[in-house]
Design a protein around this ligand. Structure first.
Ligand code: PRP
Length: 195
C-alpha cells in the first residue's frame, strides 16, 4: 500500500480525467489567445503542477511568471488578508495576463490578485482555475476557465496540500477528516480550510 493511501477517503478526480480536462482547457485557451502572446501567472505553491501541464499543452507562444502569496487564515476560514511573498519578475503593462490557480474557494485570494494586477494596466486579465468550490464562495466572481467544480470537501494532490504534504499525488483526492482534525489538535491555529 502507498504511504498516503491510508489518509485518502477516495479519489475525486483520477489522473486520466485531469489530463483530459487540462488538454481541453489548453485547446480553448490556445484558440482564445491566438496572436496575443499571453503571460500565464502561476500562483504558488498550489498552481505549479497544473501550470506545468497546461503550459506544455498550449499551442500558442506564451510566457510564464510566478507569484507567491501568503494568506493569513485562522483555523476555520481564510481572512482574505494577503501578503505578496514573491512578486512578478516582469512588467505587465499592455500584456494579456492569465492567472493560473489550483483552486478557488472563498474567492478572497483571487479577488485580491485581480485588484492588485488590474492597477498595473494589463491589456486583459483573466482567471483559469483547475478547481472551484462554489459552495464556499464569499465573493462573487467571474472565472473565465474552470477545470472542475467540486463539492465542499478537503481535497489534496496535483499541487494541493495539507500541511505541505500530498502535493505530488497525481490525482485529486479527498483527505480523511481525521487527518486534518488530528493536525488541528496538534497545532491549534493550523489552517483547516482550503485557501
Ligand atoms: C490556496 C489556493 C488559492 C487559495 C484559494 O492557496 O492555491 O491561492 O488557497 O482560497 P480562497 O479562494 O479561499 O482565497 P494556499 O493559501 O492553500 O497556499 P498554497 O497554494 O501555497 O498551498
Amino acid at each position: 500500500m502507498n504511504s498516503w493511501a491510508k489518509d485518502i477517503a477516495r479519489i475525486l478526480i483520477p489522473h486520466e480525467e485531469l489530463q483530459r480536462r487540462v488538454a481541453e482547457l489548453a485547446a480553448q485557451i490556445s484558440a482564445d489567445y491566438a496572436e496575443r502572446n499571453p503571460l500565464l501567472v502561476c500562483v504558488l505553491k498550489g498552481g505549479f503542477i497544473f501550470l506545468a501541464d497546461l503550459t506544455r499543452a498550449l499551442t500558442v507562444p506564451h510566457c510564464v511568471d510566478f507569484m507567491a502569496i501568503s494568506s493569513y487564515g485562522n483555523a476555520t476560514r481564510s481572512t482574505g488578508v494577503v501578503r505578496i511573498l514573491k512578486d512578478l519578475d516582469c512588467d505587465i503593462v499592455g500584456r494579456h495576463v492569465l492567472i493560473v490557480e489550483d483552486i478557488i474557494d472563498t474567492g478572497r485570494t483571487i479577488a485580491y490578485l485581480l485588484e492588485n494586477l488590474r492597477v498595473r494596466q494589463p491589456a486583459s486579465l483573466r482567471v483559469c482555475t483547475l478547481l472551484s468550490k462554489p459552495a464556499r464562495r464569499e465573493i462573487e466572481l467571474h472565472i473565465d476557465y474552470v477545470g472542475f467544480e467540486i463539492p465542499n470537501e478537503f481535497v489534496i494532490g496535483y499541487g494541493l496540500d495539507y500541511a505541505e504534504n500530498y502535493r505530488n499525488l497525481p490525482f485529486i483526492g479527498v483527505l480523511k477528516p481525521e487527518v486534518y482534525q488530528r493536525g488541528l489538535q496538534q497545532a491549534s491555529g493550523a489552517k483547516a480550510s482550503q485557501g
